[in-house]
Ligand binder design. Structure first.
Ligand code: SF4
Ligand code: SF4
Length: 242
């Protein structure tokens, strides 16, 4: 049986129940293809009590996007397995409260487009029905909004949209490779937030990059604030966009 992708309207209901009682329990966590967003990394490294650089080194690998030339971070499978998530345990997800956005979003797919004129983001949702997933045989009813609230997705979506805006600007304004310093800054802001904070507070950002008051203030606050302001700052310094 093939995957089935269905378009969902805003108030349309769908049925889905995932629990440790389904026969496929943990199955999807043992077939890993997991990109991590900046906010995924913040949540996971804090859950594990690790500095971002150590989290990246221990749990991830990096590739360069063939079209964007930008780094893409993915979860590295657990020991002795090619595809198993390093956080899956016999009783379920070992980082459940801080699991990545793609784990929260499933079985929904969120597609966004942004108006160049107004910057307004339009969302579209699809339902992914994969043959191995028995969650559709349950009886819990959801709408998109209920699912987003239940899965705590609002901040993930907000920060993921900022990242997508930056990637869109990069592709539009700088079609080739970024210079090495810009790539380094992109990686640090998006994925290695503790190192970014250290560079701001010690005034050691690369030559030509100045933190400014908003960013310096944000570096004194929590990671979510720093990531929000940092992504805005990144957009401005790389593309001079306000
Ligand atoms: S983070 Fe948790 S929910 Fe996501 S794939 Fe790993 S074990 Fe599964
Ligand atoms: S019901 Fe779907 S999401 Fe839940 S464990 Fe099974 S395959 Fe994974």
């Amino acid at each position: 049986m093939e995957n089935n992708v269905l378009s969902l309207s805003k108030n349309e209901e769908f049925t889905f129940t995932c629990s440790n009682e389904v026969c496929c329990f943990n199955g999807c966590c043992e077939d890993l293809n997991q990109f991590l967003t900046p906010y995924d990394i913040v949540r996971l490294k804090n859950h594990l009590g690790l500095q971002s650089s150590l989290f990246l080194e221990t749990y991830t690998f990096q590739q360069i996007g063939p079209e964007t030339g930008l780094p893409i971070i993915s979860l590295r499978p657990g020991p002795g397995s090619e595809l198993k998530c390093p956080f899956v345990t016999p009783s379920g997800c070992g980082v459940y409260n801080d699991r990545p956005s793609s784990c929260r979003m499933y079985p929904l797919i969120r597609i966004i487009s942004r108006s160049r004129a107004t910057g307004k983001v339009t969302e579209q949702y699809m339902l992914l029905k994969e043959p191995h997933c028995h969650g559709f045989n349950g009886n819990q009813q959801w709408t998109i909004q209920k699912w987003i609230e239940n899965q705590g997705l609002s901040t993930y979506n907000e920060l993921n949209d900022l990242l997508m805006e930056i990637i869109g600007l990069k592709n539009r304004l700088i079609p080739g490779q970024l210079d090495l310093t810009s790539k380094h800054i992109f990686h640090m802001v998006c994925y290695d937030l503790d190192t970014f904070r250290k560079h701001i507070l010690e005034e050691k950002l690369p030559d030509g990059f100045t933190a400014g008051k908003d960013l310096t203030d944000a570096a004194e606050k929590d990671d979510t604030d720093l990531l929000k302001i940092g992504l805005q700052w990144l957009k401005n310094v790389l593309f001079e966009e306000k």
